[in-house]
Design a protein around this ligand. Structure first.
Ligand SMILES: [Zn+2]
Ligand SMILES: [Zn+2]
Length: 206
């Protein structure tokens, strides 16, 4: 069972993609939680950037989340945004994945090769920890690439089977309407994640 299934009422009402000052975000966990409560957000997920070799104290990140959980009347999830590497490895340690609620994955820098992209994505979707595909298709769009429909259908089938969510990301304006229509027909569920980097970008909108 994936963590999101426990909070499925909040998939489009919470904010499921937030970065803090542990990496490239501007605010700390306490400031985000205060703002979330102020604007009536029911859920916030901290999906910090990770690598296999972390350059910040992950336990301190988790302990800040525990402190915030005691302080605020808000669903607060620990998470990470792991980068997909060629051939479908993820740039995150299994130790981190075991400790958090909500691991998500994304394509950032990657070879401009759609077959490798497809193959890598298929492998990542089998990872039992992954909850969500973050800013789906943004890498392809930015590079003027497209997946053939049969590969898309294959991907969305796998997402449905593995209970992996498709992130609706208004910052990147993804997924496209074509992806949204096709994925929802194939039973894929959506989650709101805005890749928030400061409290000013935390909104209560559905
Ligand atoms: Zn990202
Ligand atoms: Zn992000």
């Amino acid at each position: 069972m994936k963590t999101w299934e426990k909070y499925s009422d909040f998939l489009l009402k919470g904010e499921w993609h937030v970065h803090t000052c542990y990496t490239d975000g501007k605010n700390n966990i306490d400031e985000y939680c205060q703002k979330a409560v102020d604007i009536g957000l029911p859920l916030i997920a901290f999906t910090e950037h990770v690598r296999k070799n972390l350059d910040y104290d992950f336990h301190s990140f988790l302990s800040d989340i525990e402190i915030a959980k005691e302080k605020y009347d808000l669903i607060i999830l620990s998470g990470c945004e792991a980068k997909v590497l060629p051939y479908g490895e993820l740039d995150v340690s299994t130790g981190v994945l075991k400790e958090i609620d909500y691991p998500i994955f994304a394509f950032h820098s990657f070879p401009k090769d759609t077959d490798l992209y497809f193959e890598s994505l298929k492998k990542v979707l089998k990872n039992r920890y992954m909850n969500t595909w973050a800013h789906p298709g943004a890498f392809l769009m930015k590079n003027g690439l497209e997946l053939p429909e049969e590969q898309l259908v294959d991907i969305f089938h796998s997402m449905n089977k593995m209970d992996v969510l498709l992130e609706i990301n208004n910052k990147y304006q993804v997924p496209s309407d074509i992806w949204k229509n096709l994925s929802s027909k194939l039973g894929v569920k959506f989650v709101k994640g805005s890749d928030v980097h400061n409290v000013e970008h935390l909104f209560f909108n559905i």
